[in-house]
Design a protein around this ligand. Structure first.
Ligand SMILES: NC(=O)c1ccc[n+]([C@@H]2O[C@H](COP(=O)([O-])OP(=O)(O)OC[C@H]3O[C@@H](n4cnc5c(N)ncnc54)[C@H](OP(=O)(O)O)[C@@H]3O)[C@@H](O)[C@H]2O)c1
Length: 233
């Protein structure tokens, strides 16, 4: 039977590669993001773009209700600002906490309603190495640590009901997000990884799709390192 997938931030970067892989598997993919105007992701029988701002937490229940049953949720959308901790505008903190933490948790809560009726479902949260070792953008690190922790809490709550929920913790990945990392820091990080390159979006997407499909259900509540051996601080 065709699986229905919801990928947040599935219109670019890691999310776009994830969307493409699910499409190749014959899934129907709802892609939630704010802006589809660049035309990279075209609507088709199996791809349904859903323009939505995920910081609008109160509207998430309505969004999920409109989509119907979701077999696989990929909480991928996220933001990083690289703003110093002592000059961080409150508005930016609020936006980041909403997008990186509150929205994924609200989406888990909402998709779980129908997953619990079928005693099945897969959820993958795109966290970050920042959630494991800290980050110069302290709010980014804090929210990603929270997402890893939420993965474990929900695995405990929903695992007994047949739902498998895991996270990934990528190091730097070649997407627009890297644009806010200073060149000097990029150089240092690159020199620390085994193969002297940053991850490509498909490296992460393939891990996400594996966790969402073929990964044994006995792997539940984990966070998979995708860092090529480097834990840069
Ligand atoms: N790149 C890295 O080095 C790296 C490393 C570790 C983890 N990650 C994580 O990987 C995930 C994807 O990041 P990426 O590298 O692929 O970055 P990206 O290319 O900048 O993608 C970010 C995605 O989030 C969506 N998004 C941002 N704000 C949103 C909002 N308010 N509502 C709905 N969607 C929103 C964006 O779409 P719109 O702008 O159209 O809304 C876009 O699809 C993030 O959670 C990030 O923290 C990235």
């Amino acid at each position: 039977m065709q699986k229905t997938v919801l990928v947040t931030g599935g219109n670019k970067g890691i999310g776009l590669e994830t969307t493409k892989l699910f499409r190749q598997l014959g899934c129907k993919v709802f892609v939630v993001a704010r802006d589809f105007s660049d035309g990279t992701l075209r609507a088709s029988t199996n791809i349904v773009p859903k323009p939505f701002d995920l910081t609008d937490i109160d509207r998430i229940p309505q969004l999920v209700a409109e989509l119907g049953h979701i077999d696989i949720l990929i909480n991928n959308a996220g933001v990083m600002h690289s703003i110093p901790y002592d000059n961080y505008p409150q508005e930016k903190i609020d936006q980041m906490v909403k997008l990186n933490i509150e929205a994924p948790v609200a989406l888990i809560r909402e998709v779980a309603k129908s997953m619990l009726r079928t005693n099945s479902g897969r959820i993958v949260n795109n966290a970050s190495i920042a959630g494991q070792i800290g980050h110069p953008d302290v709010w980014y690190g804090i929210t990603k640590a929270g997402l890893i922790n939420a993965t474990k809490s929900f695995a405990r709550i929903l695992g007994p009901k047949g739902i498998v929920i895991n996270a990934v913790a990528p190091g730097p990945v070649e997407t627009d997000m890297l644009n806010v990392i200073p060149e000097e820091r990029k150089k240092v990080i690159k020199s620390m990884v085994y193969t002297n390159r940053f991850a490509m979006p498909e490296d992460v997407a393939r891990a996400i799709v594996w966790l969402a499909t073929e990964c044994p259900e006995y792997i539940n509540g984990t966070c998979l390192d995708i860092n090529n051996g480097a834990f840069p601080r």
